[in-house]
Design a protein around this ligand. Sequence first.
Ligand SMILES: CC(=O)SCCNC(=O)CCNC(=O)[C@H](O)C(C)(C)COP(=O)(O)OP(=O)(O)OC[C@H]1O[C@@H](n2cnc3c(N)ncnc32)[C@H](O)[C@@H]1OP(=O)(O)O
Ligand SMILES: O=C([O-])CC(=O)C(=O)O
Length: 395
Amino acid sequence: MRDRLPEYLPGLEGVPATRSNISYIDGQAGLLEYRGYPIAQLAEHSTFEETALLLLDGELPQAAALEEFDQAMRSARRVKYNVREMMKFMPVTGHPMDMLQTAVASLGMFYPAYDLLSGGPRNDLDYVHKMSVRIIARMPTLVTMWEHIRCGNDPVPPRTDLTHAENFLYMLKGEQPDPLLARILDVCLILHAEHTINASTFAVLVAGSTLASPYGVIAGAVGTLSGPLHGGANEKVVEMLAEIGDAKHVGKVLDEKLARKEKIWGFGHREYKTKDPRATILQGLMQRLADQRGLRHSQLFETALALEKAAEQRLGAKGVFPNVDFYSGVLYYEMGIKPDLFTPIFAMARSAGWLAHWREQLGDNRIFRPTQVYTGEHGREYVPLGLREQGPEAV
Ligand SMILES: CC(=O)SCCNC(=O)CCNC(=O)[C@H](O)C(C)(C)COP(=O)(O)OP(=O)(O)OC[C@H]1O[C@@H](n2cnc3c(N)ncnc32)[C@H](O)[C@@H]1OP(=O)(O)O
Ligand SMILES: O=C([O-])CC(=O)C(=O)O
């Protein structure tokens, strides 16, 4: 019997689960870096393709390496016809995150992965890179394919002459994407690409540590991201803002919700005790869209701004501020994207960070197998079914 266990910390708060050099958060300062580069610089100057390669390889690529990666991503966008046939069997009421998880897992059936047994290809960087390209490139295809199938339409096949963000918008809407919307989406993908050991990335580490196939690993991460306490919050934010309605109702609704101990979606974070730097950038993008589009009145945005202000007075002392999910939903909504596609877009972007962590885990792998604090009984006497109503004394 172990009698000296370390202290149990619910939710593993503050417990290091790995060593990583992929990203860094200073939650007091509101700082986020990918591979040492501040997120604001990447959002300003990079593209999703370049950021994904930075996350995977650790360095900003030279032009030739970026071109090679970009071409490989473009060539890997299509999926087998049978993936689409499989989707046709699914109920059209199914949530796009459930479909995405199913579809990613199904890639393991259509494109079998290597056996990652020790000494084998887990040390084969080319293989790990190839699988990463395949998965990142195909996520938008899977998301948009389901969108068309559930609406009774034929999916729009990917194009190879468009960037990752442009191609997603093209496949979603079936028309040439607006350059401003494409750049805004590109920045959103950069902002969502990576975030240290959040719940879904932790799921990647756990699944990856068993040497499961990358499709199984990423399917597990998609399922983990879908929860409303994690990536699923962006969809809940828009629902909540619509429920509040006009900005003038914010104070009253907020007080009622807090009195009922309800969550304010898109607020709070385990790591940040100040406003999430990504929320600040997303708010700026929303403002830019509103200005450029002459969107003089976006009720959702007005209500969101009022809610942030009112919440600061009530929750700021607890270190509860807007997180990444707060303004992303408002922005996607104003870009004409359906709310239940917000979290799948998050997953499309996060696949880059997940696969960077998968690669890092495989490079220095040990299976995750923590321990527990047992709180149950010991040595109980088995009671046959017929005697259970009479209690254990009957034995
Ligand atoms: C991409 C992402 O995953 S970002 C997060 C997206 N999730 C959400 O927006 C859902 C709403 N937020 C939350 O549920 C939480 O803030 C989480 C899950 C993000 C973080 O959870 P934890 O680190 O466990 O924070 P915890 O629940 O301990 O909160 C600390 C205090 O702040 C309060 N608090 C935290 N978030 C919120 C919120 N959104 N609304 C109201 N109160 C909140 C808690 O009630 C608690 O108060 P108390 O000390 O008086 O009991
Ligand atoms: O870090 C977290 O816990 C959640 C988060 O913001 C993310 O995954 O982007």
